[in-house]
Design a protein around this ligand. Sequence first.
Ligand SMILES: *[C@@H]1O[C@H](CO)[C@@H](O)[C@H](O)[C@H]1NC(C)=O
Ligand SMILES: *[C@@H]1O[C@H](CO)[C@@H](O)[C@H](O)[C@H]1NC(C)=O
Ligand SMILES: *[C@@H]1O[C@H](CO)[C@@H](O)[C@H](O)[C@H]1NC(C)=O
Length: 120
Amino acid sequence: ETMYERFLRQHVDFPATGGTNLYCNTMMQRRGMTTPSCKQFNTFIHEDNSTIDTICITRNILCKNGMMNCHAGVVNVTDCRDTGRTRPPNCSYQGRASTRRVVIACNGNPPLPVHLDSYL
Ligand SMILES: *[C@@H]1O[C@H](CO)[C@@H](O)[C@H](O)[C@H]1NC(C)=O
Ligand SMILES: *[C@@H]1O[C@H](CO)[C@@H](O)[C@H](O)[C@H]1NC(C)=O
Ligand SMILES: *[C@@H]1O[C@H](CO)[C@@H](O)[C@H](O)[C@H]1NC(C)=O
């Protein structure tokens, strides 16, 4: 799995709109984020691959780690937060849909998303 493929697996689901607890419970398990432990927080972006790739060619901004290969865009997302009420792999999430700014790190030529930098 490349970094880009990993980014798509963990963070992209289109044309779904998500937004519910059931969506998160199903998708977090299907996309492999509920073993060996329940991933505490994850965001699914509901935009197509090319729309997200295009964020990589907007102006560079500072990433949390101090590098300058980050970029921001406004997208439709579902944020999934682990409630801690059940055990892996049956993790239980609270799902919330919104349209908000995300910051992604991009690498390569052409640049592709490799990491979702800031969640909120
Ligand atoms: C987005 O990328 C994934 C992984 O490479 C692929 O399976 C999917 O078909 C792509 N979706 C679109 C709309 O191009
Ligand atoms: C979010 O989804 C709505 C409804 O599908 C769409 O009209 C809108 O353009 C999307 N917003 C963004 C930022 O993609
Ligand atoms: C997870 O949920 C499934 C379906 O409800 C159930 O069959 C299984 O025993 C559960 N596994 C654990 C580890 O709780």
